[in-house]
Design a protein around this ligand. Sequence first.
Ligand code: KIV
Ligand code: ZN
Length: 567
Amino acid sequence: MNGFEKYIPFVPQPIENRTWPDNVITHAPIWCSVDLRDGNQALIDPMNMEEKLSMFHMLVDEIGVKEIEIGFPSASDTDYEICRELIEGGHIPDDVTIQVLVQARPHLIKKTFEAIRGAKHVILHFYNSTSTLQREVVFRTDVEGVKKIATDAADLIYEMAGPVIEAGMDLRYEYSPESFMGTEMDAAVDICAAVLDCLHADADRRVILNLPTTVENCLPNQFADELEYFLRKLPGRERAIISLHPHNDRGTGVATTEIGLLAGAERVEACLFGNGERTGNVDLITVALNMHVQGIDSHLDFSHMDRIIQLYERCTKMKVPERQPYGGDLVFTAFSGSHQDAINKGFNYMEETHTHKWMVPYLPIDPTDLGRAYEPVRINSQSGKGGAAFIMNHKFGFDMPKAMHPEFGEIVQRESDKEGVELKPEILYRLFEEEYLKVDGPYRLISDHLTSNVENGVAVSHFYGKIRHKDTVFEVNGDGNGPIDAFFNAIRHERMNRYHFIDYKEHAISRGSDSTAVAYIHLQTADGKDVFGVGMDPNISVASIKGIICAINRGKRLESMRKHEGQ
Ligand code: KIV
Ligand code: ZN
């Protein structure tokens, strides 16, 4: 493909003895949602008042965000009005800080001070672009020129803030050297240190230095090198809270954030589902839940993911992709048979061992943490025998014996090959019902009478019943050491007797408020073919007998199908 020659490669920041690769993330950063500003400004239809308020309340009241950029009040009337409504309408909880963005320009800074009057906790976030490219192309100035823009703004802000703070506002400052990632690091240090000086930052009144990857242009490790270098060189590092604001142009916004935290950042600005300019801001949910599944408390709550998606989609008119990490529709779904089997085994293992640790392969997070109904296994032509059995168990309560899984799996496979689409659980149930529960010929149990006693210390069961075969009804009678044995002895002289009993399994199953028994019977034909039957009855012994008759009927049916296919 032509065209690559015109791009200027990223020049990595040389650094010796980098330390960030040995660090680990042990706690959550300070989160700041920029959904209402960076996310909103990137929407085809920006949010209206009602949508912004709903989004604000979800982020703050439900998800638990404590710092939230609510807009650009000097740049847009709508943002100004929303800022006023949030403050005057009493929407902002006392422990939440609103953040407002402003360019480093005097008249806009003045308007921003007007917009925030009356608020309790505010971060005034100002920015100007500092990168080599922007200096050359947009501002036509040098490092001193952009530094002056930043320091003039910082001076003005500090001056205007005095009376506001005195009047009771908890006002803090944030400075972004926009396009930090494309700025020479020594220049970035110089500009940021000067801004800290102008704002009289110290360890007790730390200023947020937000270091954006405004346009992602390098590998995450290269960004981390820049950051580590920057922090080593910054005079009075303890005066600053280092914040990240990653965009996602290379699709590595999450990695940049996580590696940036290793390199010393303490705060992250992000948007739900990675909304934001172009390919978006980094996804708040992914970064937070990546921590959650490493056993770290993210201090955010996504336990109502479906509601979050609903509100997000309504307000932004964007769609959460089906494979979006954690939130997507398909993330708790396994189509592959081997994955389904392993998931099944993971759940069984957790149940058997009573472990409190999450140990389910292929599911990195417990869906219930996100308030999701459990639906890990879905069936298409790629699915194996385990998946269908899993759904029959977890959705409908039929816990088939393992030996039966291949037989039912084959029935399901045939149907999905035929239909060529995903088979919903209801279809699986219909197949199970048609194949096992509704089989009522050629043999049918008309009546049954079963007694069990202990005679001379030995358990004896007696079965007496009537069976219909096509138009004929005949009586059967037999004793045995249990109901199944008694029934086999009862049919010993009938044409039904050409099956060997192999195994059975039974359990109770709840249907509404009633509980009934289900028995799975494994028989073998004279030529060694396995055949299964299922019987259901309130009486467990009768359920077994019905299961035997079902298996015999199915055996007959399969025999005649084979004969038919052989002809
Ligand atoms: O991406 C960016 O650089 C920004 C700044 C205004 C912080 O959104
Ligand atoms: Zn941004």
